[in-house]
Design a protein around this ligand. Structure first.
Ligand SMILES: Cc1ncc(COP(=O)(O)O)c(C=O)c1O
Length: 391
């Protein structure tokens, strides 16, 4: 179906300077992976979010996979996670042997909270995954981090959608043990379609990630007579809490890293432009009670996505009308994970999340990619208004 305003777009256009950076790095990067651009991207990202240990990876899922490994789950361990999120927030932890316990979202904020996390706690809770969904930083993330620390629970922040947001100048992704960022094609910045960053709090994690990320490759510690004996490099990993983890290959290429360095210069502007547009849309429709938006003016929201709750059980009628004549392609997301076939087959269908169910069953998400031009945006506003007038 070709819609005039399709939901799937891509994050943003590249400026001429950004395109120049891509071409320069194609010529200058030696090698094309694991080189100077990676180091510079990590350093600049670290100073942007205000945290020391950051590692570029090929996507956020790879960062989640490594975080899950570093949780070192044992038989019977559980992790708490919202079911209202993208599937990659959860399955890496299941793959590493932990059982999910689905936490509800708050009705107003549409994200998990300390309150909903506490309801899921058992003596087996080893980790908590929180998701700053839609680009909104969880309001009580500091309290969640303190609670996890007091209870010896690892905290993973999925910041795939919320890069750049902050509370009291402290950025999302710097509260927990692990912070996960995505530069996928839809995100507020994208490194040519794929990319991610893993931020860790402790040096003990930072020390193993270069090897965990890249096949266990490392330098020899022994004194050697020749650079080629016993082999060019070693394969090894420092132990983590008395155990050895198996490595992966999750590196991000040099061209993507070079572009990432440049994009960091305008992430705050991109976030602001998205937020300004979202507020324009919300305010334009403020006289219609049918749509309930989450209206936030400050840097706690980057409006990665623009979603609304539709009152009076009118969601499907609204969707129907919006998609008539292939006009605006709104979508419904995120299907509660416990309802997916895979999670059901694995025995994880049980959930006590009434706010999640209610929000999913009554929500819509508007097309909101940054590449949408002003005319199309205006068209979407007017079309939405027209539909609201007739419902
Ligand atoms: C909340 C959330 N977590 C994780 C991911 C995975 O990101 P990536 O595609 O970079 O692996 C996404 C991607 O859409 C996401 O929205």
């Amino acid at each position: 179906m070709d819609f005039k305003i399709p939901f799937i777009g891509r994050a943003h256009k590249y400026t001429q300077e950004e395109k120049d950076v891509i071409l320069e790095s194609v010529d200058n990067a030696v090698p094309l992976t694991q080189g100077k651009y990676q180091n510079e991207f990590q350093d600049k990202f670290a100073s942007y979010i205000g945290s020391k240990y950051c590692f570029a990876v090929n996507n956020a899922t790879a960062a989640l996979e490594m975080s899950a490994q570093m949780c070192q789950f044992k038989d019977g361990d559980e992790f708490i996670c919202p079911s209202h999120t993208f599937t990659a927030s959860a399955y890496p932890f299941i793959k590493k042997g932990a059982k999910p316990v689905w936490a509800d979202i708050e009705k107003d904020t549409r994200v998990i909270s300390l309150n909903t996390i506490k309801k899921c706690m058992t003596k087996n809770t080893k980790a908590v995954v929180v998701v700053h969904l839609y680009g909104f930083i969880i309001p009580d993330i500091k309290e969640i981090a303190d609670f996890c620390q007091e209870n010896n629970i690892l905290l993973i922040e999925d910041v795939a959608q919320a890069m750049g947001t902050s509370i009291n100048e402290k950025k999302a992704g710097t509260f927990g043990d692990f912070g996960i960022f995505s530069f996928h094609s839809h995100k507020n910045i994208t490194t040519l379609g794929e990319g991610g960053m893993l931020r860790v709090k402790d040096k003990k994690y930072a020390d193993i990630i270069p090897m965990l990320r890249h096949n266990g490759h490392c330098a020899w510690e022994i004194q050697r007579d020749n650079y080629w004996t016993p082999a060019m490099g070693n394969v090894d990993l420092p132990e983590l809490n008395g155990e050895y983890l198996m490595p992966n290959n999750y590196c991000l290429g040099e061209v993507e890293c070079a572009l990432g360095i440049k994009l960091l210069d305008r992430i705050d502007n991109l976030n602001k432009e998205k937020r300004d547009r979202a507020l324009k849309f919300i305010d334009f429709l403020k006289d219609f009670d049918l749509l309930k938006f989450h209206r936030i003016e400050d840097n706690t929201h980057n409006y990665h996505l623009l979603v609304a709750y539709i009152n009076d059980n009118k969601r499907d009628e609204f969707m129907q009308k919006m998609s008539e004549d292939k006009s605006v392609q709104c979508v419904v997301q995120y299907y509660p994970l416990n309802r997916y076939d895979l999670y059901k087959k694995l025995g994880f269908s049980e959930s006590n999340c009434p706010n999640t169910d209610d929000f999913f069953d009554n929500m819509i998400s508007f097309p909101f990619h940054h590449m949408m031009n002003d005319n199309d945006f205006e068209y979407m506003m007017q079309s939405t208004k027209k539909v609201l007038e007739i419902i």
